[in-house]
Design a protein around this ligand. Structure first.
Ligand SMILES: NC(=O)c1ccc[n+]([C@@H]2O[C@H](COP(=O)([O-])OP(=O)(O)OC[C@H]3O[C@@H](n4cnc5c(N)ncnc54)[C@H](OP(=O)(O)O)[C@@H]3O)[C@@H](O)[C@H]2O)c1
Length: 297
């Protein structure tokens, strides 16, 4: 029970690798807070964990993370109800070929993967610092390497949809940008948190992990992903349990106590793309995000 007495918050914890992470951290003794907008799946995961551990190890909190206001309400709720927070796992993510906007007008990949986690992390930073040693785990993807990077004239992902309402290609491009933002955020935040006892690292969980994240793709993309999922599942290569191993390792392993500002894949330190290590770009993104969210400036 290596995490007995520790509290962990997992965004997107109702399904997929967030769910597996919540289960594994609870099995290690942690109190887990599952945050998701999937109410039914979230309560099912909570109940499953409480049955499995034989204690009230899990809570579920509903939140649409793409809404900056809902993130503020979530942070206030967590601060009021939990005296400590030792692990913040920023895991929620989407891929969606339909260009959707959040209630604040931000494109959903950007809003969910980047803006929500930037804001939530800042609002919970004091609690994390008071609870130190504490860890922030930012779930990125090797998809951050699969594209040309950010376009500061198109951070809200308008141009990539080229005026159309639906595009599988645009969804991949928006996802690439969002996962790159996760790495920029991690590397910049690590520098700012030096000496606080709070570490932050990014994670790549692997490729085509068999979750429902790709369910909105269509046509050749849909059949392609089903083929990969089917083959991977037959060989047990891409299960959410395998994918979440690095989530859990970075959140809990004593081997990396104090390690910060790194990128992990397959439970080992790996290299983010050279583009992701560009300090000028990450500082520019940070300044823009601080302005949009009103924190971190
Ligand atoms: N699966 C992969 O192959 C893969 C590979 C590399 C990296 N990743 C990353 O790993 C993380 C977890 O992915 P996964 O495959 O486990 O995804 P998943 O199975 O789709 O689980 C993500 C959870 O987050 C929820 N969520 C999405 N948007 C939300 C919002 N605005 N507010 C609250 N909850 C929200 C999802 O709800 P809905 O289902 O309703 O959207 C879902 O319950 C993501 O950051 C993803 O980018 C995944």
């Amino acid at each position: 029970m290596q995490l007995a007495g520790k509290t962990a918050l997992i965004t997107g914890g109702a399904r997929g690798m967030g769910r597996v992470s919540a289960i594994e951290l609870a099995k290690l003794g942690a109190q887990v807070i599952i945050v998701d907008w999937e109410g039914e799946a979230g309560t099912r995961t909570r109940d499953h964990i409480n049955r499995l551990t034989g204690r009230k190890a899990a809570d579920f909190v509903y939140c649409d993370l793409s809404s900056l206001n809902e993130v503020r309400v979530l942070a206030a709720d967590v601060q009021a109800r939990y005296p400590a927070l030792h692990i913040l796992m920023c895991n929620a993510g989407i891929t969606d070929p339909v260009r959707r906007l959040s209630v604040d007008g931000w494109e959903m990949h950007l809003a969910t993967c980047h803006l929500a986690h930037f804001l939530l992390t800042h609002l919970l930073l004091d609690l994390l610092k008071r609870s130190a040693p504490a860890r922030i785990v930012s779930i990125s993807s090797d998809a951050h390497k699969a594209g040309p990077g950010l376009d500061f004239d198109d951070l809200n992902n308008e141009k990539i949809w080229k005026g159309s309402e639906f595009s599988n290609g645009a969804s991949f491009a928006a996802y690439h940008r969002a996962k790159l933002c996760n790495v920029y955020f991690t590397l910049e935040l690590a520098g700012r948190l030096q000496g606080t006892g709070v570490t932050v690292n990014a994670v790549s969980p692997g490729y085509f992990v068999n979750t429902t994240i790709y369910r909105n793709l269509t046509g050749v993309f849909k059949w392609g992903s089903w083929l990969v999922f089917g083959l991977g599942s037959l060989l047990r290569l891409n299960t959410p349990e395998k994918g979440a191993r690095t989530h859990v390792y970075v959140a809990s392993s004593p081997d990396i106590e104090g390690v910060s500002g790194k990128y992990f894949a397959y439970c080992k330190e790996a290299q983010p793309s050279p583009l992701a290590q560009d300090a000028a770009i990450r500082q520019r993104l940070w300044a823009w995000t601080a302005q949009v969210t009103g924190v971190g400036g």
